[in-house]
Design a protein around this ligand. Structure first.
Ligand SMILES: Nc1ncnc2c1ncn2[C@@H]1O[C@H](COP(=O)(O)OP(=O)(O)O)[C@@H](O)[C@H]1O
Ligand SMILES: [Mg+2]
Length: 251
């Protein structure tokens, strides 16, 4: 059994087929790359998996169990978290409090109780988990800084921490390398590998080919809502359909 099985998934927005009969399987503990030109349907696929959109047709199974029609928080509790293309940190909260917000999914408490410190036993566990994760991500020294004070690389590491404190099994990462310089990219690549070493499976949507080729052993290419190719980075790089899709997109 694969960790994630997407079968014939279709998502229609009015007249637009954002996902058109997409099937893919992700094995436990891999870092899968999901690439393709802008508008290919990558973020839409993530939103359907995470329960933010309901597919028009098709099936999604996580650990052998159908998750289509489940609410986002239920899917999050099952172990799927999404890190967003857009920055979703609370800029006026500290690093620590931002990470604490991420615990509300598994601590069975809400964001406000998390920040206000209600429910002492739950909070003690949550705070311990937050410190473990910040330590692991190299952010412990910055825990009292405001998110807005962090450089981009640390902001993204914090976004990853917010996802990690919920103890996910599968992380859907949407363009975590966007806008990063070479040094920040290398650091984020190291962090991504470290996360995977803890047993988390990752699907990575990313345009930065250095990061994709360096992190992923297997890639799925989407184009106009369809799976255009799958294979190792070398196979995909040399696939004529892929080359053409990227070149025509660049015109
Ligand atoms: N909520 C929505 N309503 C209508 N169209 C949408 C919506 N979300 C995405 N789309 C369209 O679906 C297509 C795929 O978008 P998206 O999944 O964001 O692509 P990618 O992440 O690969 O760049 C695009 O044409 C986009 O405009
Ligand atoms: Mg996108």
């Amino acid at each position: 059994m694969s960790l994630l099985e997407v079968s014939s998934l279709t998502k229609r927005f009015g007249g637009l087929l954002a996902l058109d009969d997409v099937s893919l399987t992700v094995e436990e503990n891999e870092i899968r790359g999901l690439i393709g030109p802008n508008g290919a349907g990558k973020s839409t696929l993530f939103k359907n998996i995470a329960g933010f959109h309901k597919p028009t047709k098709g099936a999604i199974a996580f650990q052998g169990q159908s998750i289509v029609g489940q609410k986002p928080h239920t899917i999050a509790e099952m172990g799927i978290v999404r890190t967003f293309q857009e920055t979703t940190l609370f800029q006026e909260l500290t690093v620590f409090d931002n990470a604490l917000v991420g615990t509300h999914m598994t601590a069975k408490t809400d964001v406000f109780s998390a920040i206000l410190g209600l429910d002492k036993a739950v909070q003690r566990r949550a705070r311990k988990k937050v410190m473990e994760v910040l330590d692991f991500m190299g952010l412990a020294d910055r825990k009292d800084q405001l998110a807005s004070e962090l450089p981009l690389g640390s902001q993204r590491a914090l976004a990853l921490s917010v996802a990690l404190v919920s103890g996910p099994k599968l992380m859907l990462m949407d363009e975590p390398f966007a806008g990063m310089n070479a040094e920040e990219t290398n650091h984020m690549m190291d962090l991504t590998r470290k996360v995977r070493e803890t047993g988390v499976t990752i699907v990575l949507v990313e345009h930065d080919m250095k990061a994709v080729m360096g992190l992923c052993s297997y890639l799925t290419v989407l184009n106009f809502g369809q799976v255009l190719a799958e294979g190792t980075p070398d196979e995909v790089r040399n696939n004529e359909n892929v080359i053409e899709a990227y070149l025509s997109g660049a015109k």
